[in-house]
Design a binder for this molecule. Sequence first.
Ligand code: TRP
Ligand code: CA
Ligand code: ZN
Length: 318
Amino acid sequence: MKLSVSGRATAAVTVSAVMLLTGGSIAGAAPAAAPAPAATAAPDISVANVKAHLDQLQSVATANGGNRAHGRAGYKASLDYVKAKLDAAGFTTTVQQFTSSGRTGYNLIADWPGGDTDQVVMAGSHLDSVTAGPGINDNGSGSAGILETALAVSRAGYKPAKHLRFAWWGAEELGMVGSRYYVNSLSTANRSKISDYLNFDMIGSPNPGYFVYDDDPAIEKTFKDYFTGLGIATEPETEGDGRSDHAPFKDAGVAVGGLFSGADYVKTAAQAAKWGGTSGRAFDRCYHASCDTASNIDSTALDHNSDAIAHALWELSS
Ligand code: TRP
Ligand code: CA
Ligand code: ZN
């Protein structure tokens, strides 16, 4: 089983150890059943699967003029790829259409059937790239991370107490257009049912940092505790308050949080000392550039951040 700092997982380990010690020594006793997994333990997210999604998004860009930007063929093809995976896994998907800069844009919303729909835990990532390149770290990484987490929800047959919703936003690179459209389209009642919105925009930066959004304290603690359990130091993300799709949710009064591995800011010597990588160099030198390809990814950061997404979604929805 995967390492966990949660009390329930620790209890499960203890029980299985006791069974191991006593199970064979009770004459005539039925063999001990395998311990039930802790109800809140998230599965390990396969980084190979996340990277396979990134390879598909790279292929989409390559086949469509080198990008997946709003209003271009590569955007809709990206959405079709993600939607097909979710539909096959049993999600209820909705495509929300809007217009920006004279071009049609799309959000993809995927609901996992079940849970209390008065308490919605939501994860979102923007699926569009800039026109300059394929946008694999920005933001294929977040898009693939939440996609693989959604597929893991399905594989686990997870029955959360709260309702789970995933979203892939269009036209973030034009100023969070898709996510703002979605928030504005909600009735006041439906907006108030969103308990948490978790945002993932750039989670596989090639010279990575581990930044946790400094917003809702409970969400922030959920992420920080996870990384502490891995022995990885984090820093609060304060730069991004207005810079990604959590902003419209925050403006509407929703509790928000998220993860970020760094963009065009330069890694300091102190940050390189705690995280490795190269000081004096940007977290992502290919930010918004043509070189933001499938090779512009640190697999270890992508793996830890994807696992953290699953951990937080399980913990916040159980
Ligand atoms: N898509 C964001 C942008 O282009 C990426 C980004 C930069 C970001 N800095 C951030 C996301 C800080 C979250 C937090 O601006
Ligand atoms: Ca993993
Ligand atoms: Zn982005």
